[in-house]
Design a protein around this ligand. Structure first.
Ligand code: NI
Length: 352
């Protein structure tokens, strides 16, 4: 499951005054989950933030950091009024659940005992796990907001213990300010993590301290952890075709799912054949290709392609001295299809 990065428009557990200004940068970098806290800005401003987040197609979060029950109830009511997608945090679950009943808000309270401002997670690992288990049993609790990086002791062990003890998603919060910590969150089996202060203060390792650089660095770290960075470089067709000269001997230049991209040079006529199971695409890169079918012929020029469906008899012919064709077909495709003769090449060379 993908790990969600939730950017919090907050510093030291307060929504920042210039949240709306920052929000434009945040949405422009493609961050898909954006949150704020119940402290720092009036509800009207939070409403506007929420509308902007949702209008951009992103998911909104309100995190409750007020500790007393009255403030928490007020924040839960604000969450409803604002229309956020997620309500994170808070500890007075019995008081909040009736307020959220019937709404679409996803509710992720804090497991464990929370004190102070900025909040701290108190208690032993056993106590926090027991609290997490108990909370996860409520129907109206959809997940947990674990303040792991505000706890003492072995944080990796705590995250892993909580994530494996409950069968609901766990979002990890606290002070995640390095790629290593994101990796630890991923390893623990959590569903997401929040970063606020670290990015706003420019302390996440990045090329610069501005918010855009910070968010880009966080997203790059996450993409690397989730193997969403492509190891593939571009392929240049001219350079690819320059690597060989033997005609009718396709070279593998790339793979896409179960398909291969092959480069082949044509000279004269090939052999009549068909492929029982594979469709083939012929894209002309240089020269002219004549594709013979039993009922007709087609001339394919540079910049044009033709698809030969499975089962259809065909015979490609080069109409020019130099004829270069890019093939796209399943990796199982034999160049001569149902026929085996002097043209058959079963072991294809890879050129990139
Ligand atoms: Ni063929």
């Amino acid at each position: 499951m993908a790990l969600d990065f939730i950017f919090m428009l907050t510093r030291n557990d307060r929504t920042v005054k210039d949240a709306m200004e920052h929000l434009q940068t945040v949405l422009a970098t493609g961050v898909h989950h954006v949150g704020f806290k119940d402290i720092g800005l009036p509800v009207e401003d939070l409403k506007e933030l929420n509308q902007t987040i949702q209008f951009a197609g992103a998911v909104s979060y309100l995190e409750v950091v007020s500790l007393d029950i009255e403030s928490e109830i007020a924040s839960a009511k604000s969450a409803l009024e604002i229309g956020v997608d997620f309500l994170l945090g808070g500890t007075h679950v019995e008081a909040v659940l009736p307020i959220l009943a019937g709404s679409d808000i996803q509710y992720y309270p804090f497991p464990g005992r929370i004190t102070g401002h900025p909040s701290v997670l108190e208690g032993t690992q056993e106590q926090i796990v027991a609290s997490a288990k108990a909370l996860s049993l409520y129907d109206g609790v959809h997940g947990l907001d674990l303040l792991a990086y505000r706890a003492k002791g072995d944080i990796d062990a705590l995250m892993t213990a909580v994530c494996s003890a409950v069968d609901k998603p766990v979002v990890v919060a606290g002070s995640i300010d390095t790629p290593k910590r994101i990796q630890s969150v991923e390893n623990s089996g959590a569903a997401g993590f929040t970063i606020g202060t670290a990015a706003l203060d420019g302390v996440f390792p990045a090329k610069d301290t501005d918010l855009e650089s910070q968010l880009s660095a966080i997203q790059e770290a996450l993409a690397r952890i989730e193997s969403r960075i492509s190891p593939q470089g571009k392929v240049n067709l001219e350079q690819g075709f320059a690597k060989f000269s033997d005609p009718w001997s396709p070279k593998v230049a790339g793979r896409i799912n179960d398909m291969q991209i092959k480069l082949v040079k044509l000279a004269g006529s090939f052999t009549w054949h068909h492929h029982d199971d594979e469709d083939e695409l012929f894209l002309v890169n240089k020269g002219q290709l004549l594709m013979k079918f039993r009922d007709r012929e087609e001339v394919i020029e540079k910049g044009e392609f033709i698809i030969v469906p499975r089962g259809v008899e065909h015979c490609p012919v080069a109409l020019s001295d130099e004829c270069e064709v890019v093939l796209l077909e399943p990796a199982t495709t034999l160049n001569t299809g149902n026929v085996e003769n002097g043209f058959t090449v079963s072991d294809l060379e890879k050129i990139s």
